[in-house]
Write a protein that binds this ligand. Structure first.
Ligand code: AHR
Length: 503
């Protein structure tokens, strides 16, 4: 049995959790929109064609923002194609994913859907094939109440009140050669800074995210961040990060350690942002928007071929990764890492939400179900609200291969003062041994265990299907906590949500 210790002190609060870290992403890609969130004629469709079964699952996740409409898709998107009478909307080739975009679901549908799903849109503008003027027009359409061309266009389309969209992404992954209209850091810095300034003149209440690197392995990282932020520092509020992990080598010890790499990536982006702060003599601190993160590899290689061999389909099956138990653990470790960096990571979007590398899957004409990764996200979103508490963790290390020596225990503690509740999220990375986790909770008064929820499977490759949820959380009835101390057993390869009542 492994032994680990976690000390938490009530007086050592680290950072408030920004609820926007539990955001997600819907792109016009594969079946995310068509037969994902939107399927007119489906038995569960509402009067707008929005699938109510999917909305119920999204509501359970409590997702504050959904990034839209891309992703790579946005970099050649003409938003005007998706507004106005549906019969008059053109179908277009989407060069990003080699599909045919019918435009029967567009901006106004997205705004109505967000309302129905109890979430808000985080809108991305096209800085690939378009630019400043178009971004300002789109902002006018969404947020302005004036008798001006684009605001009037929204009203004429039946939407009298502005949508009041507060969060905007200045393009997507503009550092990547795969991106339509890819740019050098200098080119992007200029267009992002100028677009940001113009957009804030139109609506000063918005917050803007500049594109950072689309992965820690990009050749331009972190020079990209330095150049972009030095140019655009005054005009933007966040720098984006995107990061996906894979297990192509089928090497669980390394894969489970991937979050240590995410932690390093976040710390380096913070350093680059603070360097730009010093250079620009600014008093403002730039936050991080980790607006794409997840595990992604199950379909990645075959999808490239699928798009090439059979292009221009409407809503084909693309990026439909079926997640297993070990993927859920990696997602859990990434969530813990995001929480531990809550002071600077203010926004994070699990990419994506439905069908496309997603926690929720649907069958066209059929059911909707929860993938394995749904659960750690749901637990973190429900119970990881409040303030992150400083912790000291003591755990044995193992040699992960790819990421060096890594602790068996990955953990974080979040205090919800309104509910008098402390939640410890913990992953035992050991594949074979139980871990006895000794909790030493200082200054929390009388503590008692509310519940210990565990997610694991003896089979790391176990998946959930429409018919059967093989990987689902269970409440451990054998766990107990006496006053401020106690031990909880974390079983091998498990995600644990330990909810504690504090006084
Ligand atoms: O989320 C899938 C894709 O991954 C997005 O379109 C792109 O931004 C990233 O490369």
């Amino acid at each position: 049995m492994l032994k680990a210790r976690l000390i938490a002190d009530r007086d050592m609060k680290k950072a408030a959790v920004d609820r926007r870290i539990y955001s997600s992403f819907i792109e016009h890609l594969g079946r995310a929109v068509y037969s994902g969130i939107y399927e007119p004629g489906h038995p569960e469709a509402d009067e707008n064609g929005f699938r109510k079964d999917v909305i119920r699952l999204i509501r359970e996740l409590d997702v504050p923002y959904v990034r839209y409409p891309g992703g790579n898709f946005v970099s050649c998107y003409r938003w005007e194609d998706g507004v106005g009478p549906v019969a008059e909307r053109p179908a277009r080739l989407d060069a990003a994913w080699k599909t045919l975009e019918p435009n029967t679901f567009g901006l106004d549908e997205a705004a109505a859907w967000a309302k129905a799903a109890d979430t808000k849109l985080m809108m991305a503008v096209n800085l690939g094939t378009r630019g400043l003027q178009d971004a300002v027009n789109l902002l006018e359409y969404c947020n302005i109440d004036a008798p001006s061309k684009y605001a009037q266009m929204r009203k004429d389309n039946g939407h009298k009140d502005p949508y009041g969209i507060k969060l905007w992404c200045l393009g997507n992954e503009m550092d990547g050669k795969w991106q339509t209209g890819h740019k050098t850091p200098e080119e992007y810095a200029r267009i992002a800074a100028e677009t940001a300034r113009a957009m804030k003149r139109v609506d000063p209440s918005i917050e803007l995210v500049a594109c950072g690197s689309s992965g820690s392995n990009m050749a331009t990282f972190p020079e990209w961040e330095r150049i972009v932020l030095t140019e655009a520092y005054d005009a933007v509020d966040y720098i984006s990060m995107h990061q996906y992990y894979d297990n192509y080598d089928d090497d669980a010890p390394s894969f489970l350690a991937a979050s240590t790499d995410l932690d390093r990536f976040i710390k380096t982006v913070i350093t680059a942002a603070d360097y730009a702060k010093a250079v620009t003599r600014s008093s403002k601190t730039i936050g991080i928007s980790l607006d794409e993160w997840n595990v992604w590899y199950h379909t990645r290689r075959e999808d490239d071929k699928k798009m090439d061999d059979n292009p221009w389909q409407i809503a084909p099956h693309l990026l439909e990764d079926i997640y297993n138990a070990e993927d859920a653990l990696v997602v859990g470790c990434m969530l813990i890492t995001i929480l531990r960096n809550a002071e600077r990571v203010r926004i994070a979007c699990l990419a994506q939400l439905v069908n496309v590398i997603a926690p929720i899957m649907t069958r066209k004409g059929g059911g909707a179900w929860r993938q394995t990764i749904y659960y750690p996200f749901m637990h973190a979103s429900r119970y990881g609200r409040g303030k992150v508490v400083e912790t000291a963790a003591d755990s044995a290390l193992y040699d992960s291969g790819k990421y060096g020596d890594v602790p068996y225990l990955e953990s974080v503690a979040v205090l919800n003062e309104a509910e008098d509740e402390l939640t410890v999220f913990a992953v035992n990375r050991s594949l074979s041994e139980d871990m006895e986790l000794a909790l030493d909770l200082r200054g929390f008064g009388k503590c008692s265990l509310i519940e210990h929820i565990e997610l694991r499977s003896d089979d790391l490759k176990a998946i959930n299907t429409e018919e059967k949820e093989n990987v689902r959380p269970v409440v451990r009835t054998d766990s107990a906590l006496d006053s401020g101390t106690g031990s909880i057993i974390l079983r091998p390869a498990s995600w644990n949500t330990i909810r504690i009542k504090v006084r």
